[in-house]
Design a protein around this ligand. Structure first.
Ligand code: G4P
Length: 523
């Protein structure tokens, strides 16, 4: 029984640079899944890109992203779980963590802009984890770039081989549709239709193709397809599953074009829940006993219900409501009487969940991201390393009467993974590292509202935080002595060098050849 449930699950995230069309594509997938009836029903969880967004704005929008954290729907015989990721790049650490809980990903790229910064970053995580990815090149209804150029760019920028499985017939104003290489049929573009596109079975060499798209485009399509067959090896699903090759689809999410082709192929080829690596051993989803880990914690924005929700990915066995589970880090037994699952915008209590599913657990401060739950076995699921933050500020107490509240607040927010904290070993001050300014704003707002504490920020200009290690203890000690003003510890007590410029870092690397400088916390 378990096995059948596992086989039909597809748990994935859609990732992209902001504005490439992630929200639009998600919405269209939900439309096909029957979760929503009309386009426009899913609100964008995007936080406005101006730095002046006011607090409630951020909070409200954060609230929206809480309720749509996981979207699940049935499609054909499959149960699809889409894990939402924050739209704003300041919260990309959240997205990194979400990627630890998925079995595959769909990358959306804007056909006019090509591969952008955020996509490159996210792909690094996919590569590290060998996550199979499918690429959807969006906005073909706009004048974009040559599809072959785009494929080359994806290949070189994302460092993955590509294999087109659909092909655009012209683009922009002249966009006529896509040829579905995977199913070998033609989809004609009917702009602004809400649900279906016109699908035509047509022999690529027949006159009929010319009648549908005109002789010029028909000829170009034949040439392009010839070239594709010549350049790219035949699609082999195993190379996709091993993360070596990314199948590529073209379309227009806004016009609902090319989306069903993507979804049909996706459910067929995407992996069902994969084994999860724990420090102790590899855990297979088919194992009878429940195991899972917490990959995300979100605070409830409603001040009257201040609890958090911890999101647990089920890795093996069956999660059952009210069953006793072991919280490994705390070494205690926990039970959950109201675990939730999420359907589009609704949340409902569930009795059981299977590998691949995400369960929302009410959390009153017992969880830290990365925590493992089991039926008793001592397991620790391997966690994603931390990346060096990009912005740094010292956090100071602005209300001496609330020292304890501030310390507790900072600790809990760090447990949630809101940002990273280092302790400067020279002056003992707490240094908060983030990816972007909004994270500082959220921390300050939440400290005030949830912990009744006041903080002040003191910006520090730093280039990177580098985790350091060496086999040569004497050299390591000498380095720490020389750089004592720039040495810090992360929350796990590891040594971190705070380099204030790329130049300083290069000099350090030159002078201390036996020390390794890492930009991630695991090496
Ligand atoms: P994101 O979640 O990746 O940030 O992107 P989102 O879906 O919000 O899309 C960003 C913008 O791109 C939106 O326009 C959206 O309508 C548009 N878009 C998405 N897919 C397509 C497509 O296939 N073709 C074209 N031409 N545009 C597309 P906006 O003006 O920023 O927002 P809205 O006011 O339309 O919601």
């Amino acid at each position: 029984m378990n096995e059948q449930e596992i086989q039909k699950r597809r748990t994935f995230a859609i990732i992209s640079h902001p504005d490439a069309g992630k929200t639009t594509l998600t919405e269209k997938l939900l439309l096909f899944g029957g979760q929503i009836q009309v386009a426009g029903a899913v609100k964008s969880n995007k936080i406005k890109k101006t730095a002046t967004s006011d607090w409630m704005d951020i909070e409200k929008q954060r609230g929206i992203s809480v309720s749509t954290s996981v979207m699940e729907f049935d499609y054909k015989n499959y149960k699809v779980n889409i894990l939402d990721t924050p739209g704003h790049q300041d919260f990309c650490e959240d997205t990194f963590r979400t990627l630890t809980a998925v079995d595959c990903a769909i990358i959306v790229i804007d056909g006019a802009k090509g591969v952008e910064a955020q996509t490159r970053k996210l792909m690094t995580v996919c590569r590290m984890r060998k996550t199979p990815v499918i690429v959807f090149i969006n906005k073909m209804d706009r004048e974009g770039r040559d599809p072959f150029d785009l494929l080359d760019e994806v290949e070189s920028e994302l460092q993955i081989k590509v294999r087109p499985l659909s092909w655009p017939i012209n683009q922009g104003q002249q966009f006529k549709g896509v040829y579905n290489i995977y199913e070998q049929n033609l989809n004609l573009f009917v702009p602004n239709k809400q649900v279906v596109t016109e699908k035509v079975e047509v022999d690529i060499n027949s006159e009929e193709l010319d009648q549908h798209v005109g002789s010029k485009d028909a000829e170009k399509l034949r040439e392009d397809l010839d070239l594709i067959e010549g350049v790219y090896p035949e699609f082999d699903v195993n190379t996709y599953l091993s993360g070596e090759v990314a199948p590529v689809f073209f379309g227009s999410a806004l016009n609902n074009f090319g989306v069903q082709e993507l979804l049909d192929c996706f459910v067929e080829i995407a992996p069902s829940p994969r084994p999860t690596q724990a420090e102790e051993r590899l855990v297979e989803p088919t194992e009878p006993k429940f195991t899972g880990f917490i990959f995300k914690i979100t605070a409830n924005i409603d001040p009257n219900h201040r609890s958090c929700t911890a999101f647990c990915k089920v890795c093996s066995g069956k999660f059952v409501r009210n069953a006793p589970y072991q919280h490994i880090r705390q070494g205690k037994t926990v039970r959950f009487s109201s675990p939730t699952q999420f359907m589009a915008q609704k949340k409902s209590t569930i009795e059981e969940a299977y590998p691949g599913d995400i369960v929302g657990l009410p959390d009153n401060g017992i969880f830290k991201i990365g925590d493992t739950l089991t039926e008793g076995e001592q397991l620790h699921f391997k966690w994603l390393p931390s990346f060096s933050p990009e912005m740094f500020k010292y956090i100071e107490n602005a209300d001496p009467m609330k020292t304890k509240q501030l310390a507790k607040g900072i600790d809990q927010l760090m447990d949630e993974g809101v940002a990273q904290m280092f302790i400067n070993q020279f002056n003992g001050r707490k240094l908060i590292g983030t990816v972007g300014q909004l994270q500082f704003e959220v921390i300050q707002y939440r400290l005030e509202n949830e912990y009744n504490a006041q903080c002040r920020w003191e910006p520090v200009s730093l280039y990177k935080a580098c985790w350091i290690e060496s086999d040569d203890d004497a050299e390591l000690e000498a380095f720490k002595k020389r750089k004592y003003q720039y040495m810090a510890k992360d929350r796990d007590g590891r040594d971190v060098f705070l380099a204030d410029s790329n130049y300083v870092l290069q000099m350090a690397q030159q002078d201390f050849k036996h020390i390794k400088f890492h930009f991630t916390s695991e090496f």
